[in-house]
Design a protein around this ligand. Structure first.
Ligand SMILES: [Mn+2]
Length: 474
C-alpha cells in the first residue's frame, strides 16, 4: 500500500456513515423542488421564435433552454480519481455565484448541478449576488431552492465588489467561487476541500471542462494544463513542460499553477480575509485573477489545479454585457493596478507590451501597497524565479520613452469617444515645462523599435483620408 497517511486515515474514518443522514430522502427532494416552479421561472424570459438566440448572452439561448436543468454530464475524471478517499469531516463551504443578466436557464443549471452532485452536508449555503441585473426576479425567485440565498446590488459593482459582498456574509469556513454558467461534475467539491483541510494556504481550482456555446455539449478538456500569461497580462492555458510531465507519476496529483483563470476556485475564508480579499477598486471584469494570483504566491500561499475535480463552463467569444468604461479601458485599469502594486521593476515590461496603459488613470493604490508591506510579501523577482521561471524576461530592458518626429511635427495619439485604439496623426510638437506632451510620447526600445507588442501602425481602410491607428498586427 503506497497510500499517503491522510488517505489511510480517511479510509478508517470512512466506516462512520452517520453523515449520510443529512441527505434529504428522495421524497424530501421532490417536495423541495415542487415548491419551485421551474417551468414558470424559465418561460417568463424564454427565447422566442424569430429572435437571434445569441443576441442576449453570446451563447445559444435556445439550445440552453432545450437542455434539461438536471441533465447528466459525462464523468471526465481520470479513472484513478474514483479510488481516492477524502476526509469525511470536511467542513461545509459557502458557494458564491455572482452574475449580471445571466440567462435563467444557465443560472438554474449551475445551481441544480451543485445541488445534485454535491453532498448536502458540504454546502453551507449558495449565495447568489445579482449585480444589478435588469430583472430582480432572475435571482429572487431562486431562493425557493434549498440552501439558496440572494443578494442584489443597487447599482452595477462588477465581479470583484460583488464577490466581496458575498464573501462578507458567508458563514462557511471556506469560500467557493463559481461562475453563473457552469455545471459541476461528480464529486467535484470533496477533492478541493480536502486540499484546503490539509493546508489552508492552498487556493484550489477544478479542471475546467468545456460546455459548447452552440450545442451545450459537455466536453472533456485536457487535464495537464496550467495557467500562464505574457507581459501584456494576457491569460493563457499552457501545456506542462516535458520535464514536468515526466515528473507526474500520478495523474490525480494536483498541478501547481502560476496563475488561476479566476472564475472558479476555493479558498479558506480566514485566509481570503487575511490576504486582503480582492482589490475593491477593480471594475466590472478582468485582471483580478492576476492580482489575487500574484498576492497568494508572493504572500505565502499556493495555487493549484486539482485534476480529480471537474466543472464545466460555457466559454464565450465575447462579453454579452456592457462595460460602462469600455472593455479595453477596464482591463487596462485593472491590470495596471496589479502591475503597479505587485510587479516592482518588472512593470516596465507590462508597459512595453501595453503602451496605452502608460496614459491611463488607475486610481489610488496606497491601501494595496500598505497591504503588501504589512503582509511582508516576496518580491516579483522571487515570484518569477520560483513560481514562473518559464516567463522569459525580455533581454532588452532599456525601454525609453520618446516622441517620433518629422521635422517640427510629432506623432500624436488622439483619443476618441468609445474607441479602444486612439487615432494617430502628425501634430506640432508640444512641450509642457520642458517635458514632451503625454499624447506624443511612445515607448521605444534601445534598438529603436516602437514597442507595441502585437500592435502596429495601421490604417482602418485604404481610402486616402483613413486615420492612422495602432491596431492589431496582421
Ligand atoms: Mn464565465
Amino acid at each position: 500500500l503506497s497510500l499517503p497517511l491522510c488517505k489511510i486515515r480517511s479510509l478508517l474514518i470512512f466506516q462512520d456513515l452517520t453523515y449520510l443522514t443529512s441527505y434529504p430522502s428522495d421524497a424530501d427532494w421532490d417536495d423541495l423542488w415542487d415548491q419551485f416552479d421551474e417551468r414558470r421561472y424559465l418561460n417568463a424570459r424564454k427565447w422566442r421564435v424569430g429572435e437571434d438566440p445569441y443576441k442576449l448572452y453570446a451563447f445559444n439561448q435556445r439550445e440552453s433552454e432545450r437542455t434539461p436543468s438536471n441533465r447528466a454530464v459525462p464523468d471526465t475524471r481520470h479513472s484513478r480519481c474514483t479510488l481516492l478517499v477524502y476526509y469525511t469531516d470536511l467542513p461545509p463551504t459557502s458557494i458564491i455565484i455572482t452574475f449580471h443578466n445571466e440567462a435563467r436557464s444557465t443560472l438554474l443549471r449551475t445551481i441544480r448541478s451543485v445541488l445534485n452532485r454535491t453532498p448536502m452536508h458540504l454546502i453551507q449555503e449558495i449565495i447568489l449576488v445579482d449585480d444589478f441585473s435588469n430583472d430582480p426576479d432572475d435571482c429572487k425567485q431562486l431562493i425557493k431552492l434549498p440552501k439558496v440565498k440572494c443578494l442584489r446590488n443597487n447599482e452595477r459593482q462588477g465581479l470583484v465588489r460583488s464577490r466581496i459582498r458575498g464573501a462578507d456574509v458567508a458563514q462557511g469556513t471556506t469560500l467557493t467561487f463559481l461562475d453563473s454558467h457552469c455545471e459541476v461534475n461528480r464529486d467535484w467539491l470533496q477533492p478541493l476541500l480536502h486540499r484546503i483541510k490539509e493546508d489552508y494556504t492552498r487556493v484550489v481550482c477544478p479542471v475546467i471542462d468545456i460546455i459548447n456555446l452552440d450545442t451545450f455539449t459537455y466536453i472533456e478538456s485536457a487535464s495537464e494544463l496550467r495557467g500562464g500569461f505574457d507581459w501584456s497580462l494576457h491569460f493563457q492555458w499552457e501545456q506542462l513542460s516535458p520535464e514536468q510531465k515526466a515528473r507526474r507519476l500520478d495523474p490525480t496529483e494536483p498541478i501547481r499553477t502560476p496563475i488561476i483563470a479566476g472564475g472558479l476556485f476555493v479558498i479558506d475564508k480566514a485566509w481570503f480575509d487575511y490576504l486582503g480579499k480582492y482589490d475593491m477598486d477593480m471594475d466590472i471584469w478582468g485582471g483580478e485573477n492576476f492580482e489575487i494570483s500574484f498576492r497568494v504566491w508572493m504572500c505565502g500561499g499556493s495555487l493549484e489545479i486539482v485534476p480529480c475535480s471537474r466543472v464545466g463552463h460555457v466559454f464565450r467569444k465575447k462579453h454579452p454585457y456592457v462595460f460602462p468604461d469600455g472593455n479595453a479601458n477596464t482591463y487596462i485599469k485593472n491590470t495596471k493596478r496589479t502591475a503597479e502594486v505587485w510587479m516592482d521593476e518588472y512593470k516596465q515590461y507590462y508597459y512595453a507590451a501595453r503602451p496605452f496603459a502608460l496614459e491611463r488613470p488607475f486610481g489610488n493604490i496606497e491601501s494595496r501597497l500598505d497591504l503588501r508591506k504589512n503582509l511582508r510579501c516576496q518580491s516579483f523577482k522571487w515570484y518569477l524565479e520560483n513560481i514562473y521561471p518559464e516567463l522569459s524576461v525580455p533581454k532588452d530592458s532599456s525601454i525609453q520613452k520618446g516622441n517620433i518626429r518629422q521635422r517640427q511635427k510629432c506623432l500624436e495619439s488622439q483619443r476618441q469617444n468609445n474607441r479602444d485604439a486612439p487615432n494617430l496623426k502628425l501634430s506640432p510638437c508640444v512641450k509642457f515645462k520642458g517635458k514632451e506632451a503625454k499624447s506624443q510620447v511612445r515607448p521605444i526600445s534601445s534598438d529603436w523599435q516602437l514597442v507595441t507588442s502585437d500592435l502596429c501602425l495601421s490604417q482602418l481602410h485604404l481610402l486616402p483620408w483613413a486615420p492612422v491607428v495602432l491596431g492589431v498586427c496582421k
